[in-house]
Design a protein. Structure first.
Length: 537
């Protein structure tokens, strides 16, 4: 418990302010010194009173004993009474006088000045009687205020006895205790005055000075670089304030120099980081362009080689078909199929030529109806839709959606996109093409043709969407894709001054969105077919 008290006291002291500690320590020390001093004074005074009263009682007992030696224990009453009354009148503090004698082997009270009867003998009274030595002592009862002075007596007939003079110091003790209480009140008043004076002195000198020093340092820490300790501090704090102002001046100057150096270094580092970032961006863009150019160059070489190697067989096949078509005996159905086959061979030749023209950046343009282009591609892929149970739909405005461009390239564009959608649908899916005008928010006139081609296929993984337009990148198996289809689509859209975007998810499939500038008017002699919706199974 004492350990816990010390621990709690230490924690309380540690949590108090300097003023509270100083005041508590001063008052505690003052109270301790004054209380101990007053206790010693009171104790010394009480012991002095007891010694004085005891000495007077001893003298009275000795005088009474001497007078009783000439008597006998059987008739001591007259002499005892006479001497006892004189002692009670002349000696202060005497409360009672008892006369004992040993008769028939037993100590008996022969006479007493007290009317309260017999009392219990003190042990030291009997010891003084048997040792025949006088003794003076304080009563053994708890908080006793009586002093016993014992005087042995030897009577003329040889018998023995003793007289005991009992003195009371209770009045003196009460007086000393009253005096002690008065001193205690005066002590408390003096302590209160001392505490108030110490507090006032401490506040006006130490606390105010320390508070001003602490506030100055706190404001300087929060950014007020020009704050300084105000003059007027007292005693040693005045010199401390001057030293603190000098230190703040040094710190402020050092901070200014450091801020200038840091700002200069930061600006230089920022400039170099920006320069390095720009160089890295230029390097990355250059590498990307070189890689793209190399891949396109390789694609161009492949296209040229393909055109050279395939051109001759296709020409021979076309010649043979034309010879067959000249036969008048052909049935109409067979002639129609041969004509369609010849048209597709010619389209293959156009595609090969288109690949070469893309490499050579051909500038051939014509007025093209995107609705008709999508219908032709849908007709071409109709057997595939039917065999794969794919629902193909076209939705378009009532008026033609016309752009100025290369028909073969645009047909190749939609053929590549629709083929990708077909490959993404395993079976029983849907492909929808929506053509509509995008109205300019400025004047309300249509300015762009928006083509949305969406499917219900497996979609493209989110982490691969950003790579779908890179050369030779494909999500298909190695034997099913070359990775050039979407590159060609982006190149075709770019040559037609448009944009192409893609969005995909595993739940809703993939959607390609194309924006192409709308042509102003159709070419003379060209007839457009208005078709709002065509559904091919």
């Amino acid at each position: 418990m004492l350990t816990n008290f010390r621990l709690n006291l230490s924690r309380w002291i540690a949590g108090q302010s300097l003023q509270t500690r100083f005041l508590s320590f001063s008052l505690l020390l003052t109270l301790l010194v004054l209380v101990v001093t007053q206790w010693l004074i009171t104790l010394t005074s009480l012991r002095t009173v007891e010694a004085t009263v005891g000495a007077e009682a001893a003298k009275a007992a000795a005088r009474l004993g001497e007078s009783l030696k000439q008597t006998s224990p059987t008739q001591p009453a007259a002499e005892f009474r006479k001497q006892a009354l004189e002692i009670l009148e002349l000696v202060p503090h005497v409360a009672r006088i008892d006369f004992y004698a040993k008769l028939n082997g037993e100590l008996k009270l022969l006479d007493s000045t007290s009317s309260r009867g017999d009392r219990v003998l003190e042990g030291r009274e009997a010891a003084a009687f048997y040792s025949n030595r006088p003794d003076t002592f304080l009563g053994t009862e708890k908080e006793s205020h009586e002093i016993y002075s014992v005087q042995p007596v030897r009577f003329v007939n040889g018998e023995a006895g003793f007289v005991t003079v009992v003195s009371s110091v209770e009045a003196e003790q009460e007086m000393l205790h009253s005096h002690y209480r008065i001193l205690l009140v005066a002590l408390l008043a003096a302590t209160a005055l001392l505490g108030a004076a110490t507090t006032w002195l401490f506040r006006t000198t130490v606390v105010d000075s320390i508070r001003q020093l602490v506030e100055t340092m706190e404001r300087f820490r929060l950014g007020e670089r020009r704050v300084r300790v105000k003059p007027g501090l007292k005693a040693e704090f005045k010199a401390l304030g001057k030293d603190l102002n000098y230190l703040l001046e040094e710190i402020g100057q050092f901070n200014q120099e450091l801020e200038v150096k840091v700002q200069s270094a930061t600006m230089e580092l920022t400039a170099r980081n920006l320069e390095l970032h720009q160089l890295n961006a230029q390097l990355y863009e250059t590498q990307k362009q070189l890689s793209h150019a190399e891949r396109l160059a390789l694609a161009g070489q492949l296209a040229a080689t393909f055109a050279h190697e395939v051109g001759s067989p296709l020409s021979a096949i076309s010649t043979q078909l034309q010879m067959l078509l000249e036969d008048p005996a052909l049935e109409p159905g067979v002639r129609k199929r041969l004509q369609f086959t010849n048209e597709q061979i010619e389209r293959i030749c156009q595609i090969v030529g288109g690949q070469l023209s893309m490499v050579r950046r051909s500038s051939e343009r014509a007025l093209v109806n995107l609705h008709e282009i999508v219908k032709k591609v849908a007709y071409l892929l109709g057997p595939i839709f039917e065999s794969r149970h794919i629902d193909f739909q076209i939705r378009a405005d009532a008026t033609p959606c016309r752009v100025e461009g290369n028909p073969a390239q645009l047909q190749q564009l939609f053929l590549n996109l629709i083929n990708n959608s077909v490959d993404a649908i395993s079976k029983d899916g849907c492909i929808t093409v929506v053509l509509q005008r995008k109205v300019s928010p400025v004047d309300g006139k249509p300015t762009m043709i928006e083509v949305s081609l969406s499917d219900t296929g497996i979609g493209i993984p989110p982490d691969q969407i950003a790579q779908v337009f890179e050369p030779f990148f494909t999500t298909k198996a190695a034997s099913k894709g070359s990775g050039l289809g979407l590159v060609v689509c982006r190149e075709i859209v770019a040559q037609h001054h448009g944009e192409i975007r893609v969005a995909s998810s595993s739940q809703s499939g993939t959607c390609f969105q194309l924006l192409l500038p709308e042509a102003s008017a159709p070419l003379r002699g060209h007839h457009w077919t208005d078709l709002q919706e065509v559904k091919l199974l």
